[in-house]
Write a protein that binds this ligand. Structure first.
Ligand code: UDP
Length: 222
């Protein structure tokens, strides 16, 4: 019996990640019918040439090993689904574009997505289920928590510390911190698209603009 691979989520994020997963499977000689989407609400049986299964169908399909990459931008949803996968023996799977670069001493936790044209430079620690979307970068000496999401084009400069489940919107710029005194983005914070963050962001808040300022909840993701 062969392994079964999945991209969990057949919406925008998942459909964007599937071609990278396919590339990776091809290199491992995994037949294309052993790479599927899991989606509990898609209502389609096929998307972009891949079978779509509910989670229940995925765990019922005969396989020697099951691996899934959770391709859903909301870190809280990823966390919930990661727990569900783990409870059902579904292994986390990292998907990384060939056209991405990791320099020296970079540690990325399980279940990540590293999209095309992403660069992670040197001496970086990143937690589980990180999403680095197209053209994002992480510079030296950053520490990033679990279930953190970078939309496309995030510029995360050196010595930045980001808490679990933070969401950084498209094109946001995070100012460089100092050694031993990083710029901090708190747990669950949201940085709106295009924001220029020059000061620490407290946990759970949303900031927008240049320079980034606190915003009432909602509406800033991009
Ligand atoms: N989804 C799921 N199970 C869950 C939560 C979400 O299968 O418990 C699917 C949902 O049906 C949808 C996708 O995940 O197809 C999330 O899509 P959305 O557009 O919200 O997120 P994005 O793809 O933009 O990250």
């Amino acid at each position: 019996m062969s392994d079964l691979y999945a991209i969990y989520g057949a919406s925008g994020c998942g459909r964007g990640v599937m071609p990278l997963a396919r590339q990776q499977c091809r290199a491992l000689n995994v037949p294309v019918d052993r790479l599927v989407f899991i989606d509990d609400g898609a209502g389609a049986t096929e998307v972009n040439g891949h079978r779509v299964m509910t989670f229940a169908q995925f765990v019922a399909e005969p396989a020697s090993r099951r691996l899934a990459n959770i391709a859903i931008a909301d870190g809280r949803v990823r966390e919930r689904l990661a727990l569900k996968c783990s409870a059902h023996g579904v292994n986390p799977w990292t998907v990384r574009a060939e056209a991405s670069q990791l320099y020296d001493d970079v540690v990325v936790g399980e279940g990540a997505i590293i999209c095309a044209y992403v660069t992670l430079t040197s001496n970086i620690r990143i937690g589980r289920h990180f999403h680095a979307n197209l053209y994002s970068y992480v510079e030296h000496d950053c520490a990033i928590g679990d279930f953190v999401t970078f939309a496309p084009g995030v510029q995360c400069n050196g010595n930045v510390a980001i808490g679990d489940r933070a969401y950084i919107g498209a094109g946001a710029v995070l100012r460089q911190g100092k050694p031993g005194q990083p710029l901090r983005i708190g747990e669950g914070a949201v940085v709106g698209m295009g924001a220029v963050v020059t000061k620490d962001v407290p946990p759970g808040v949303t900031v927008v603009g240049n320079p980034a300022r606190l915003m009432e909840k909602g509406g800033a993701r991009g």
